[in-house]
Design a protein around this ligand. Structure first.
Ligand code: G1P
Length: 272
């Protein structure tokens, strides 16, 4: 029912320099798998089969990663190394990848609008690969799509954060309508710590209805002079068309060194 998942992947990853000087941050590995592949696997598990990736300059290796490397296939054919490619091969068999480039860094809202040509007029998912989500039973996107089937409106994933950290996130306020589900009536991008409406922070999983594109087209630059998806969602929220979902699972902020190391340790421990 939600067939396409958009991955904004044009950012520079400056927090990880020098590692990201010549390599996209989405290709940094957590143990032995690049961050973006975790996101793609989560989307596939949720039933998405088209991965729409908004890239930028210097991101070619993302496209190569999800394509066949004939030399490599030839090299490892019939060896025990084939095992390492099992998940990636499944992803490549079951998904279609499409790409477009964002050539100006005007914010997450702008990145999502850039992906419009890959999405068209249907509801879609968005994964920010920096936020790595792990759950034993159902992935976070899967949980959100189930909710979408019942409510047919935009949905953001949220978690409670330390009140001192609210200025790093989109923050929502809303009324609880069922366990772990809020109808959003206010949201603000990176509010000041003493002015935040709550400590419920949006993390990098969204389901968006396609009218978001028309809204984004007229959304003025907000925080940091960028076009913010939070501001566009606030327009939908005015009509009661946005839910916030407190998901089951663990999320690692792999856009920070601290979260990246925590994710690495946790996933390594899981492999043992
Ligand atoms: C973006 C969004 C923010 C959201 C966050 C989740 O911010 O603008 O609303 O809370 O992702 O990771 P960024 O991390 O790109 O600054």
């Amino acid at each position: 029912m939600i067939e396409k998942c958009l991955f904004p992947a044009a950012g520079y990853g400056t927090r990880f320099l020098p590692a990201t000087k010549a390599m996209p941050k989405e290709m940094l590995p957590i143990v032995n798998k690049p961050l973006i592949q975790y996101g793609v696997e989560e989307a596939l598990e949720a039933g998405c089969t088209t991965m729409a990736i908004v890239t930028g300059r210097g991101k070619r290796s993302i496209e190569d990663h999800f394509d066949i490397s004939y030399e490599l296939e030839h090299q490892i054919q019939g060896t025990d190394k084939e095992e390492y490619l099992k998940e990636l091969r499944q992803v490549m068999r079951e998904c279609t990848f499409s790409y477009t480039r964002q050539n100006k860094m005007l914010g997450l809202g702008h990145a999502i609008l850039t992906g419009e040509s890959l999405i068209g007029n249907e509801a879609f998912a968005v994964i920010l690969a920096d936020d790595l989500c792990v759950n034993n039973n159902r992935g976070v996107l899967s949980q959100m799509i189930e909710l979408y089937k019942r409510y047919k409106c935009s949905i953001v994933a949220i978690e409670e954060v330390d009140p001192k950290e609210v200025d790093k996130y989109g923050i929502i306020a809303g009324d609880m309508i069922e366990e772990n589900v809020y109808r959003v009536n206010f949201m603000e991008e990176k509010p000041k710590v003493d002015k935040a409406p709550s400590n419920l922070a949006v993390i990098g999983r969204y389901i968006l209805t396609p009218d978001i594109f028309d809204i984004l087209r007229v959304t003025k630059p907000g925080k940091k002079g960028e076009i913010q998806i939070t501001d566009a969602l606030m327009e939908q929220a005015k009509n009661g068309r946005v839910l916030a979902y407190k998901f089951e699972g663990m999320r690692y902020d792999c856009g920070s060194i601290d979260g990246f190391v925590k994710a690495t340790n946790a996933l390594y421990a899981k492999m043992q």
